[in-house]
Design a binder for this molecule. Sequence first.
Ligand code: NDP
Length: 248
Amino acid sequence: MTTSNGSLEGKVALVTGGSRGIGAATALRLAREGADVALTYVNGKEAAADVVRAVEALGRRALALRADSADAEEAAGAVDRTARELGGLDVLVNNVGVGVLGPLDGLSLADVDRVMAVNVRGVFLASRAAAARMAAGGRIITIGSCMTQLVPGPGGTLYAMSKSALVGLTKALARELGPRGITANIVHPGPIDTDMNPADGPSAAGQAGMTALGRYGTAEEVAEMVAYVAGAAYVTGAELSVDGGFAA
Ligand code: NDP
């Protein structure tokens, strides 16, 4: 992992879905850069507590919030609680996402509503709440997907639709918040080894084979890009891929 340059010293960050996977790696990476970090989770209370302890061990303040992104009040409420308890909000990382894959006729209305509530509505509401709290220098960073750029086979309709909505949201946020000195960017991971997409899963060899580098990425490799964007003043409205060349 790249060494910290302390670029986020004195900043407060909220990472949604920060108890595992890309979110946990991001929470730790932002803390290494100097930020105090809040994170949300739903089921993983113990895992969230572990991340809190790891952030505190780096000398930063940390806060675990049980907040379901599928719930409109909780999605926005996590932003407000972070600002209240950590004294402001400088960086929002919209990391939470659920992957429901499968053929069109196998997707229920409940699947459609859940994926759109978590992956899209929750991100919109958290971003709006964050924009209301942020001063100049604020950063909204959303985790998209390489499937906004290349859908490698059948079964991705719902997931690709939800993640593609975030590209439009990001560009529109960049335009709306730019005059206030707030940036909005989207990071597109490729196949990343997490509980959602384990590198030893049934489709893993195929996914790795789709990348130019021929391998899965790590959560830390995505976190590195998020940390870069969190410290970058003149990057906004951008789509940044960390996908090993999946979409090349
Ligand atoms: P994981 O499933 O490994 O982790 C998900 C995290 O989000 C956990 O901390 C989980 O908490 C939390 N979470 C899940 N649902 C909710 C919810 N409704 N409200 C609040 N928190 C929730 O996911 P990844 O780390 O793999 O993925 C992170 C992001 O990256 C997602 O947006 C995903 O779509 C995207 N992505 C991932 C790729 C991959 O290959 N892994 C590829 C492209 C994009 P808890 O423990 O409480 O359940």
